[in-house]
Design a protein. Structure first.
Ligand code: ADP
Ligand code: MG
Length: 675
C-alpha cells in the first residue's frame, strides 16, 4: 500500500495534514476519506435567468473594474456580461480582482446574490478561463483540518484515484446486481470526482466492503481460537455441591442453563471463548465460581480478573465465602509477604482459585496450571487484549462476563469471535426498583425522605457525577455534598471517590458494606459490581450527566436484598427534551436490553464501545448503526465464505485478502499463518 508521500506535491507538511484529516498515511486512506456532502454546480443559467440565493456557474466576458470608494470597506468589483445582462464579481482585495482583465472570457461559479438590483457573486469559488478545465458540476466537500485547502485535497484525491490498480471483484456478482452496486474503484470515483450526485448505493457498496472485511477478520480469529487445542475439563461435582451448600441457595433455572453451556465448552477438547451476558444482579458471579470450581475439580487452576481493585476485593470476599478451596488475591496493592505467598501458591498450585486485577496476567506471575480465565466486566477491551489473557496457560479457556447488555449490532462487530450465553432471569426475591425523577431544586424534600429511610434502617448510596476533564470540580462537589449530609445525619455518612487513596476508599466501602456507615456519598467507583444487599436507596445527583447504560448499572447496586428499593434521579431544573426522554425511559423500564439499545441509538454507537475503547481500527466507510442491515448481511456472507474457502485460497478468497489488507484487518491473517 503506497504512502501518500508518493503522490505529486505531497511533502512532509502536507503528509502530516492529510494524516490528521484522514487518519491514515496511505494513498488508500485518502480515498477512504469520503466527502460529507456535495455542492451542485451543474446549473449554468444565463445572467438574466440566474436565481438569487442559488449556486450558479456562469460563462461571461469581463467588462470593467470598479475600485471601491476610498476610505470605505467596499469590495473591488469586476463587471461581467453574457449578453443577457450584467453581473458583478466582488473581491475584497485588489490583487484578487485585477487579474481578470476586460475582454477576458471566464467561467465563474458561486452563490448568486442580488445587491441593489445587481446580481453579484462574492468571492466566486471557481474562476477559470472559458477554454480551460471545466468547473466540476458536482463538488465534493470533504471534512478537512485547518491549513488543508479543499483544492489541495481534491488534487491529492484525483491522483489517488488514478493510482487504483486493476482489482479483482471480491463480491459475488449476484449480490452486486441485486443491490445495483458499482465496482470498488467506480464507487470511489463516483464520490471523489463525481459527475452526477452519487446515490446511496455508492456509499452502501463501500460500507459493505468495510463491514465484510471486519466480519471476516473477526470470524477468522474466532475459528482459529476455537480450533486451537484446548483441554477437556471435567469434574465429579463434589466442589460445586459443597459450594452451593455454603451459598445456601440453588442455582436459578437460567444459571443452570448457562452453566450447562459453559460445561460443554469446558469438557470439549477445544478452547472456550464465551461471553456471559447478564443484567446487573442476574447472578453472574455464582456462575463464574461454578465454572472455576470445575477447573479445580479437574485438578487445574482458574483466575478471575476484575477491572478495578475495589471489585477484585469484593469478588474475593464473595468467592472466599462460597468456595470450599482456597482463593488467592492478587492486585497492585497486595504487597510484601502476602504477595509473595500468593505468587508461590500460584506457582506451586496450592492456590486453585485466584481473583485480582490485571496484575494477574503480568510478567512474573507464574501458574502451575491455569486452565480457565474469567474476565469480569471487560467490555472496554479489544479482541487482542482479551485473547492475550489466555497466554498464561497453554490452552486457557476464557469466560468473559459483562453486565452491559450489548446491542445485537455490537455483538457482531465487537464480540464476533465469542460464543454468547445469556442470563435472562434474576434470582428470586429481587425487588423491582422504584425510580423517580426530582428537580435538584427539591433537594430539601429529598433529604427529608432520606431521613425517613435512614430512620427505618435503610442504607443509601448517594452518587455524584465524576468526569475526568473536570475532576477537581467534581471531587469538590462530592466532598461538599458529603459535608452537608454529614451535618444533617452525623457520622453514619461515608465518602468514597476515585481521588482517595485506595486504602481509604476500600475502608469506606467496607464500612458501608458492614453497615457501620449507612449513607455513602460516592462517585462512580461503585458503578461496577459493588455488592451491598442491604442498600435499598440510591440517589443520583445530576443524573442528566450520566449515560443511560451507566445509570442502569448504578441503579443495579440497589434492589439486591429483600427490601423494597428506590432510585431517585436528581436533575437540573431546565432539562432539554432529549435529556428528559432518556431519564423518563430509565424511570419506566428496568430492562437492560431496552435501555442499551436506546442508549446505543441515541449515542450513535460511535463511542459507546467504539474505536477508542475497543482498540480496534475504527470505521471509515461504514456506520454499524446506520448500516445495521448490511452488517447482518456481511456476517452471513463471511460465514459462508469461510465455510467454503477456509484458507481464502479461491479466486474470491484471494481478492478478499486484498480487501482485508486495505481495511487493516489483515493482522488476523498473519496470526493465522503463525498460529
Ligand atoms: P451480577 O454480578 O450478575 O450483577 P451477582 O452475581 O452479584 O450479580 O448476584 C446478585 C445477587 O444475587 C447477589 O447478592 C447474589 O448473592 C445473589 N444470587 C446469585 N445467584 C443466586 C441464586 N441462585 N439464588 C439466590 N441468590 C442469588
Ligand atoms: Mg457482577
Amino acid at each position: 500500500m503506497e504512502p501518500v508521500a508518493s503522490l505529486h506535491g505531497v511533502g512532509a507538511r502536507r503528509t502530516a495534514l492529510i494524516t490528521r484529516a484522514t487518519g491514515g498515511t496511505r494513498v488508500i486512506d485518502v480515498l477512504f476519506h469520503l466527502p460529507e456532502r456535495f455542492i451542485d454546480r451543474s446549473d449554468c443559467p444565463s445572467i438574466a435567468a440566474a436565481v438569487p440565493g442559488e449556486i450558479a456557474t456562469l460563462t461571461v466576458d469581463v467588462v470593467t473594474h470598479r475600485k471601491p470608494e476610498p476610505g470605505t470597506r467596499q469590495p473591488w468589483r469586476v463587471q461581467v456580461t453574457d449578453g443577457t445582462g450584467f453581473a458583478e464579481l466582488a473581491f475584497f482585495h485588489n490583487h484578487q480582482a485585477r487579474s481578470y482583465r476586460p475582454g477576458l472570457k471566464i467561467v465563474v461559479s458561486g452563490k448568486v446574490e442580488r445587491f441593489r438590483d445587481t446580481l453579484t457573486i462574492t468571492h466566486p469559488k471557481y474562476i477559470q478561463p472559458a477554454d480551460g478545465a471545466a468547473v466540476p458540476a458536482i463538488e465534493p466537500v470533504w471534512p478537512l483540518v485547518a491549513d488543508l485547502r479543499p483544492s489541495d485535497f481534491r488534487a491529492v484525491a484525483v491522483q489517488a484515484l488514478a493510482k487504483i490498480p486493476e482489482l479483482p471483484e471480491w463480491h459475488e456478482t449476484r449480490l452486486l446486481s441485486r443491490e445495483r452496486w458499482p465496482g470498488f474503484a467506480e464507487a470511489l470515483r463516483a464520490l471523489h470526482a463525481p459527475r452526477v450526485h452519487p446515490d446511496a448505493s455508492v456509499r452502501a457498496r463501500l460500507a459493505y466492503d468495510e463491514l465484510l472485511a471486519h466480519q471476516i477478520a473477526v470470524l477468522w480469529v474466532r475459528t482459529r481460537e476455537r480450533a486451537r487445542a484446548g483441554r477437556p475439563l471435567t469434574g465429579d461435582g463434589t466442589l460445586r455441591f459443597q459450594a452451593l451448600a455454603r451459598f445456601g441457595h440453588p442455582l436459578t433455572g437460567s444459571q443452570t442453563q448457562v452453566l450447562a453451556e459453559i460445561d460443554a465448552d469446558l469438557a470439549a477438547p477445544s478452547r472456550m471463548l464465551r461471553l456471559l451476558q447478564g443484567d446487573v444482579g442476574s447472578g453472574k458471579t455464582l456462575v463464574a465460581v461454578m465454572a472455576m470450581l470445575r477447573a479445580a475439580e479437574a485438578g487445574a487452576q482458574s483466575a478471575m480478573m476484575a477491572p478495578t481493585e475495589t471489585l477484585a476485593r469484593q469478588h474475593h470476599r464473595t468467592l472466599t465465602k462460597i468456595s470450599p478451596v482456597p482463593v488467592g488475591l492478587l492486585t497492585g496493592s497486595v504487597k510484601g509477604v502476602a504477595r509473595r505467598n500468593t505468587l508461590l501458591g500460584l506457582q506451586s498450585g496450592r492456590i486453585p482459585l485466584v481473583v485480582g486485577t490485571h496484575a494477574l496476567f503480568q510478567e512474573g506471575v507464574a501458574y502451575r496450571d491455569l486452565a480457565l480465565a474469567v474476565i469480569d466486566e471487560q467490555h472496554r477491551f479489544g479482541v487482542d487484549q482479551r485473547l492475550s489473557l489466555g497466554s498464561k496457560g497453554d490452552a486457557t479457556d476464557i469466560l468473559v462476563m459483562t453486565a452491559t447488555p450489548i446491542p445485537r449490532t455490537l455483538l457482531l462487530t465487537q464480540w464476533g469471535e465469542m460464543a454468547v450465553s445469556r442470563l435472562s432471569e434474576k434470582p428470586a426475591g429481587r425487588q423491582a426498583i422504584r425510580t423517580s425523577l426530582h428537580s435538584l431544586a427539591t433537594m430539601g424534600d429529598v433529604t427529608d425522605a432520606l431521613a425517613r429511610a435512614l430512620g427505618r434502617g435503610d442504607q443509601v448510596f448517594w452518587v455524584c457525577p465524576m468526569v475526568a476533564e473536570r475532576e477537581l470540580v467534581d471531587v469538590a462537589a462530592a466532598e461538599a455534598r458529603y459535608r452537608t449530609l454529614r451535618l444533617r445525619f452525623g457520622d453514619i455518612v461515608g465518602l468514597a471517590h476515585g481521588q482517595l487513596d485506595t486504602e481509604v476508599r476500600e475502608r469506606a466501602l467496607a464500612r458501608f458494606a458492614a453497615g457501620e456507615t449507612r449513607l455513602l456519598v460516592a462517585t462512580t467507583v461503585i458503578e461496577v459490581g459493588v455488592d451491598v444487599p442491604a442498600a435499598s436507596v440510591m440517589v443520583v445527583e445530576h443524573a442528566e450527566r450520566f449515560g443511560l447504560a451507566q445509570l442502569h448499572q448504578l441503579r443495579g447496586r440497589v434492589g439486591r436484598g429483600a427490601a423494597a428499593s428506590y432510585c431517585l434521579l436528581l436533575h437540573e431544573d431546565a432539562l432539554n427534551e432529549a435529556a428528559r426522554r432518556r431519564l423518563v425511559l430509565l424511570r419506566d423500564t428496568e430492562d437492560g436490553f431496552v435501555i442499551a439499545d436506546e442508549d446505543f441509538r441515541i449515542r450513535g454507537g460511535g463511542d459507546l464501545m467504539g474505536r477508542r475503547q475497543s482498540g480496534q481500527p475504527g470505521w471509515r466507510l461504514a456506520d454499524p448503526v446506520e448500516h445495521d442491515g448490511l452488517l447482518q448481511m456481511a456476517s452471513r456472507d463471511a460465514a459462508h465464505l469461510l465455510e467454503r474457502d477456509p484458507k481464502l485460497a479461491s479466486p474470491r478468497g484471494k481478492a478478499i485478502r486484498l480487501l482485508l489488507r486495505m481495511f487493516e484487518r489483515g493482522a488476523a491473517l498473519r496470526t493465522l499463518a503463525s498460529g
